[in-house]
Design a protein around this ligand. Structure first.
Ligand SMILES: Nc1ncnc2c1ncn2[C@@H]1O[C@H](COP(=O)(O)OP(=O)(O)OP(=O)(O)O)[C@@H](O)[C@H]1O
Length: 605
């Protein structure tokens, strides 16, 4: 027991009748005052009074009928709480009222009501001891505060004057409340928000068990992305320098809240680092005879180009790890430069990736952006490596002659490092900021002209000219490669369409004027589309005819045969019978499909 003499509350107290909420000693509550009786009390005691005593009120809970406030005094609860009004705030909206902030001091009991109007005043008897520093009192009431939400229990706690009685009352309440909470936890389904919170908490939890190394981590958290990432870093075969950077970054990531923009940046960076094929490569199939057969099968003519490619492959076969020249195929569009590049990859059994350089005018396209930039990305070389998933693909740098230049730097200068066999084992992309070994990558470049290739770049490459084709070569290419490819693409068979060589020559001389075969290929595509329509229509009609009477069909056929004209593809539309197979593409059909010849006049003259 404290030796400090207990403080006495006044023996007469104005009574504030509350309809909701129970103020317990030691607790603070905000209550709204809007009944006539209480308004009067506030005005004359709290607003006009100047002494400390005038701010002490008797708060009586559980007053039954607020409507009868204006008339007779309703039956009052016997026990109340003496309270100190700490704050009064008045407002006129929506109706005149005050909001009081009151702190409970101690219990009292009404001995007798002395006055009823304009507000009740009662003679009271103090029930609790009120110390000068009422900490103990506060502690005692904390238990009661927990169950304050249960109005009826709060009143019971208020009524329990002795401490023992109060504990007896509150402990079962607390037990019940804990059980209720447990039940709630069990039944509540985890919501998305909760997941987020759990994820937000997890990294913090992990910080506690990180030691200097990445060795000791929990198997239970396998599903966690960051742990997976950490594992991938540990098992990845990246060089030591890159590994060090990754370990440092993942440590930073764990300490970062997910909401930070840098979190996503660092995570993307680490994901790229583990995905990159630092040490993954395909085994080369260096068989010159097979390479020759494959090149011959895929491409007609181009003898000079094929010869040089075979030489190059042969040297590679004899001397592994060749720091050889970069081949650059230069020639007009559509002569098969890209397609030879693809065949080289096929003969070597390597992955193929084409990097279109036409119009690239920013060096960060090649080298990537520094990670400090918003929306930073790795360059095309690193992106290409990520796509193919091996470190020794064939990279076809298409259209090197169409590289641009801008204020953002010269992409050709960035390519110098990439293409220089002496330097490219240490290629540093700005985004990665660690060196990646490009020495295993086979670079082949293509261009339409050498005139616009920067001299320094040209110097690093061996130029192989790919001239245009003669008419005879084009006819051969069409019949060996282009027509079979188009038939396959359009779902046609050689039994359904026949394109004689003379028609191909017609297309070459009268409908195209090019060094390569791309336009010829497109015209053949148009012919196949038109034939596909006829074939599909014919099949439809055939199906219809099958269903009709056979005799009727024969009569019909006789009738048609009577006025049959020489067949042209456009005439077949009106026929009731499917077109004759194979559909022959003669000059008339060609005219119907492709329109009148474009270059006839020139040829005639
Ligand atoms: N000699 C050839 N034998 C077989 N097909 C060929 C030959 N030359 C070209 N082609 C075909 O012509 C098409 C166009 O070739 P490709 O795209 O390789 O041309 P390109 O020279 O790279 O053109 P560009 O310079 O416009 O990129 C391809 O479908 C290719 O298969």
């Amino acid at each position: 027991m404290s030796s400090v003499s207990p403080i006495q509350i006044p023996s007469r107290l104005p009574l504030l009748l509350t309809h909701e909420g129970v103020l317990l000693p030691g607790s603070t509550m905000r209550t709204s005052v809007d009944s006539a009786r209480n308004l009067q009390l506030v005005r004359s005691r709290l607003l006009k009074g100047t002494s400390l005593q005038s701010t002490i009120l008797g708060v009586i809970p559980n007053t039954p009928d607020p409507a009868s406030d204006a008339q007779d005094l309703p039956p009052l609860h016997r026990i109340g709480t003496a309270a100190l009004a700490v704050q009064v705030v008045g407002s006129n909206w929506p109706k005149p009222h005050y909001t009081l902030l009151i702190t409970g001091l101690c219990r009292f009991q009404i001995v007798q009501v002395l006055k009823e109007k304009p507000y009740p005043i009662a003679e009271v008897e103090q029930l609790d001891r009120l110390e000068e520093f009422p900490n103990t009192c506060k502690m005692r009431e904390e238990l009661g505060e927990l169950s304050e939400q249960f109005y009826k229990y709060a009143v019971q706690i208020l009524d329990a004057v002795s401490l023992e009685e109060r504990f007896k009352m509150t402990i079962p309440l607390l037990v019940r409340q804990i059980e209720g909470l447990k039940l709630l936890q069990k039944t509540r389904k985890p919501k998305q928000d909760d997941d987020k919170r759990v994820i937000a908490i997890r990294p913090i939890r992990r910080i506690t068990h990180i030691s200097g190394t990445l060795e000791d981590e929990d198997e239970d958290e396998d599903n966690d992305d960051i742990v997976m990432l950490e594992k991938k870093i540990r098992t990845s075969s990246m060089p030591e320098q890159a590994h060090k950077v990754c370990v440092k970054e993942i440590k930073r990531l764990k300490k970062m809240p997910q909401s930070m923009p840098e979190y996503a940046l660092t995570r993307n960076y680490l994901e790229l680092m583990v995905e990159l094929p630092w040490n993954k490569s395909t085994t080369d199939r260096l068989d010159i005879r097979a390479a020759r057969i494959l090149l011959d099968n895929d491409h007609y003519a181009m003898e000079k180009l094929k010869k040089r490619v075979l030489e190059y492959l042969a040297v590679r076969q004899l001397k592994n790890n060749l720091k050889g020249p970069i081949l650059c195929f230069v020639g007009p569009p559509g002569v098969g430069k890209t397609s030879v590049g693809r065949s080289v990859a096929k003969t070597l059994g390597r992955e193929f990736h084409r990097i279109a350089l036409g119009g690239v005018c920013d060096q960060s396209d090649i080298r990537g952006h520094r990670r400090t930039y918003v929306g930073s990305m790795p360059g095309r070389i690193i992106n290409g490596l990520k796509t193919v998933g091996v470190n020794n693909p064939v990279f076809l740098l298409d259209e090197v002659d169409k590289l641009g230049k801008s204020l953002q730097g010269d992409p050709a200068a960035a390519l110098l490092e990439v293409l220089d066999p002496e330097q490219n084992h240490n290629f540093t992309d700005h985004y990665l900021n660690v060196a990646f070994d490009l020495s295993q990558v086979l670079f082949i470049a293509t261009a339409n002209t050498t005139a616009t290739i920067p001299a320094a770049l040209l110097d690093r490459m061996e130029i192989i000219q790919v001239p245009g084709y003669t008419q005879e070569e084009k006819i051969e290419i069409a019949h060996r490669h282009l027509i079979p490819k188009q038939l396959e693409q359009h779902g046609l068979t050689p039994q359904q369409i026949q394109i004689p060589q003379v028609t191909t020559l017609d297309i070459i001389t009268r409908y195209t004027r090019e060094a390569g075969v791309r336009s010829l290929d497109r015209k053949l595509g148009a012919i196949c589309r038109a034939v596909a329509v006829k074939v599909a229509e014919g099949q439809h009609k055939e199906a219809k005819l099958d269903r009709s009477d056979v005799t009727e069909r024969e009569g019909c056929r006789e009738h048609i045969l009577e006025d049959e004209k020489p067949e042209s593809i456009s005439d077949t539309t009106d026929l009731a019978l499917p077109p004759e197979m194979p559909i022959l593409i003669d000059f008339h059909a060609l005219k119907d499909i492709l329109g009148p010849p474009m270059y006839e006049m020139e040829i005639a003259s």
